[in-house]
Design a protein around this ligand. Structure first.
Ligand SMILES: Nc1ncnc2c1ncn2[C@@H]1O[C@H](COP(=O)(O)OP(=O)(O)OP(=O)(O)O)[C@@H](O)[C@H]1O
Ligand SMILES: [Mg+2]
Length: 246
């Protein structure tokens, strides 16, 4: 479960997020949409503790980050948060010196202390699910953008974090791969995971996200059931955005 209350964030005197509030119930998916520069990535970076928030509070599976915490306490809670949250970033950050398999099993072995054999078996299952089983021994630089993106997704899923965050997970995928990813993620939700997915691809979120949050200039314009936001939005700005994005 994720709860965000009146979150604000500024950087170098510019306000990037203002008064952002929403909730993501356990085993549901929140889709975040909005124009480039509206604050979507910054919101994810606040949710996983990479950016310190300036106002409001975030609660992720019983870890509470509050703008009023001391620097030490904030850092301590972010460490705790990291055990629960997995993120696939917009820029993927695969380890260049590790093979595809190495990228996926690194954290399960060294952080979760899984036996190598078990980590490898699961890595192959995930690679199979994203259509890359035959590329396990390749290095990231020898893969296409879409293949690298799928490795990054498999790497995040291998850690089984309660909360998963994705920043534009389909930006380099073709329609068939996007559809495959959608059912893979839906399967993870059914097995107990909760997700926040930032995406320009409304078609990808439709049928995957339970709720949508539409942002403009760092503020929430609309937040509600996916069907309602897409088909009968309450704000004309949402309607314009959705029509253009379709
Ligand atoms: N470290 C920073 N310092 C100053 N401004 C920043 C910083 N990071 C982001 N911004 C600004 O905050 C705004 C929101 O950026 P953000 O990356 O969150 O947008 P986004 O919605 O993810 O966009 P995109 O769809 O292009 O990925 C932008 O105007 C950006 O220039
Ligand atoms: Mg972004």
């Amino acid at each position: 479960m994720i709860g965000v209350k009146d979150l604000s964030k500024q950087s170098n005197g510019t306000r990037i997020l203002r008064g952002v509030s929403f909730e993501v119930a356990p085993q549901t998916v929140l889709g975040v949409i909005g124009a480039s520069g509206s604050g979507k990535t910054t919101l994810l970076r606040c949710l996983n503790g990479l950016e310190r928030i300036d106002g409001g509070a975030i609660e992720c599976d019983e870890v509470r980050l509050d703008a009023n915490l001391s620097a030490n306490e904030y850092a301590r809670r972010v460490k705790e948060l990291r055990r629960k949250v997995g993120t696939v970033f917009q820029h993927l950050y695969l380890f260049p010196h590790l093979t595809v398999l190495g990228n996926i099993i690194e954290a399960p072995i060294h952080v979760l202390q899984q036996p190598r054999r078990k980590a490898q078996d699961e890595a192959y299952e995930l690679l199979d699910a994203v259509g890359l089983k035959d590329k396990a021994r390749r290095y990231p630089e020898t893969l296409s953008g879409g293949e690298q993106q799928r490795v990054a997704i498999a790497r995040a899923l291998a850690m089984h974090p309660a909360l998963l965050m994705f920043d534009e997970p389909t930006s380099a995928l073709d329609p068939k791969r996007s559809a495959g990813l959608r059912s893979l993620l839906r399967g993870f939700v059914e097995r107990g995971h909760t997700m926040v997915i930032v995406s320009h691809a409304i078609g990808f979120l439709d049928g995957l996200a339970d709720r949508l949050l539409y942002m403009e200039n760092g503020e929430v314009v609309e937040y509600g059931e996916t069907n309602q936001v897409l088909n009968s939005p309450g704000d004309p700005r949402t309607k314009d955005f959705v029509e253009q994005a379709k």
